[in-house]
Design a protein around this ligand. Structure first.
Ligand code: BDR
Length: 317
């Protein structure tokens, strides 16, 4: 089985991605570490516990991690994900925070990876604060991973969060910088523009959520807020995601579950702008190798949409 460790800021698309991994028969999830991002750290932890409960997988250990970026600035993604991160449709029977593990997410990450050196794929679908802290505590960590899959950054300087920055990277640019500069395992990146260009038709969403299952009912509940937001944005000038369904985090997760889904990558050094007044948080692709970086990232450029749809469908079965 593929061994995955998930680092999430559980909003709606993280939930969709986690459900996809839970449904994959070839995958074992060793743990889920939580990070601030789409909502507060506390909500993120609650949301992960709730997703696991809906999927009857509460045995998977969940760890609480960084509550703010390395430099401490607060972020949130309420406009898309709702204030609580899951569409503001609370479940009174959702599990409480007492179900979290006591160990800190970063300690857990180091322990789990050190216990299975070379075997674990780490999937990061939130700001990279936990990963950056982990590599600072143990600089050899990246060599001990099999690979790293990240949803974040951009390839055409089209931001979603800021003018040029994608949400996960601009939420903690220093963390993204550390991870991209110090992680030396094969690193796959699903950028904002790539995910938008790989969108699925809305007819797929109707079919997806019409499945007769507890998971599909849950999805309808948590997803309606995001659907309203997306349709309200559909006439915004310059938006590239409004023509179809884009669950950003699911692309990185799908690649981790089945790397044969990746049809094309751009191999290059990447970094993150930390200073620019307009460009802070923007990922740059060093196409002419000016930075001479040893570790070249694998920036995803095309995926097999049919295989992707199958993984999405399975998530709600
Ligand atoms: C990313 O930001 C968040 O809103 C989503 O969960 C995704 O990880 C897209 O930019």
């Amino acid at each position: 089985k593929k061994l995955l460790l998930l680092d999430v800021d559980c909003g709606v698309d993280d939930a969709q991605a986690i459900m996809m991994a839970l449904a994959a028969p070839n995958v074992e999830i060793l743990g889920i570490t939580c990070c601030h991002g789409n909502t507060t750290l506390e909500n993120v932890c609650r949301n992960v516990l709730r997703v696991l409960q809906v999927c009857d997988r509460s045995e998977i250990p969940v760890y609480s991690g960084a509550q703010a970026s390395l430099l401490g600035s607060p972020v949130e993604g309420a406009c898309y994900h709702g204030k609580d991160g899951l569409g503001d449709s609370p479940d009174p029977n959702a599990p409480g925070l007492e179900h979290l593990q006591r160990e800190h997410a970063v300690d857990a990450m180091l322990r789990i990876v050190n216990g299975r050196v070379g075997q674990i794929s780490l999937v990061g679908t939130g700001p990279l604060t936990n990963l950056a802290l982990a590599v600072k505590m143990d600089p050899s960590l990246p060599q001990k991973l099999k690979n790293l899959f990240i949803m974040g950054g951009n390839m055409e300087s089209r931001g979603n969060d800021s003018i040029c920055g994608e949400f996960n990277f601009s939420s903690d640019p220093e963390a993204a910088y550390i991870v991209l500069n110090e992680y030396t395992c094969p690193t796959y990146i699903a950028t904002w523009e790539f995910t938008c260009r790989s969108q699925l038709p809305w007819t797929f969403v109707d079919e997806w959520m019409a499945q007769n299952s507890r998971k599909a009912t849950f999805m309808k509940q948590i997803f309606s807020h995001s659907l309203e937001f997306t349709s309200a944005c559909s006439n915004n000038p310059g938006e590239i995601y409004t023509g179809g369904f884009v669950a950003c985090d699911c692309y990185a997760m799908a690649a981790a579950i089945d790397d044969s889904i990746i049809c094309e990558v751009i191999k290059c050094g990447v970094s993150v702008e930390l200073k620019g007044a307009l460009t802070r948080g923007m990922m740059i692709m060093d196409m002419r190798d000016k930075l001479k970086k040893k570790n070249k990232a694998l920036v995803m450029n095309a995926i097999d949409l049919e295989k992707y749809k199958t993984l999405m469908m399975a998530a709600l079965k």
